[in-house]
Design a protein. Structure first.
Length: 179
């Protein structure tokens, strides 16, 4: 019976352990967050208005501007808008709420679609130091240290609260002068 060299067995053992480790790490990921996405109709994000799309989008723009959002048109017809607003958080954090509005003309008015994404950011501090010296040649050492702050995204999620969208649609309806 032939014996395998010890280094061959060690290599195979290392490969098996690496495969197990990769499998365990993949299992810990929990899978994609979008698994529950079903594309079923969701009335939270859509409202029908019996006025032309340009009027609905202008009303939505005015609502966002009136709440302190920075608004820009995403298309030449101003039927798609993007509004963003920053909110201060605790000490070293802040959030950005981005609202996207799309006005889609239909035969008897306009479909107004709204989505919102909230992203949170934290400020992380890091320090860096460098030393340079030539102890054998001369007893001189030059050192430098610095502190840096970096913005790091800590979370991001689509807003799903019914109340948020209801209040937006009610404000658009009021801006249009409709009861």
């Amino acid at each position: 019976m032939k014996r395998r060299p010890a280094h061959s067995v060690v290599k195979q053992l290392k490969a098996a352990l690496a495969a197990i480790a990769i499998s365990l790490l993949a299992a810990c990921g929990g899978g994609p967050m979008h698994r529950g996405e079903s594309f079923e109709p969701d009335p939270r994000y859509r409202r029908v208005f019996k006025v032309p799309a340009a009027q609905v989008c202008e009303a939505a723009r005015l609502v966002l501007l009136g709440q302190g959002y920075v608004v820009r048109s995403l298309d030449a017809n101003a039927l798609s808008l993007d509004g963003s607003k920053q909110f201060a958080g605790e000490k070293q954090s802040h959030s950005v709420l981005q609202v996207v509005v799309n006005c889609v003309p239909q035969s008897e008015g306009t479909n107004l679609f709204v989505t919102a994404v909230e992203e949170s950011f934290d400020i992380k501090k890091s320090s860096e130091s460098t030393a340079l010296g030539l102890p054998m040649v001369a007893p001189i050492t030059v050192s430098r240290s610095s502190m840096a702050e970096h913005q790091v995204k800590s979370s991001g999620q689509t807003v799903g609260e019914q109340r948020f969208f209801e209040s937006f649609f009610a404000a658009v309806q009021a801006e249009l002068g409709q009861p």
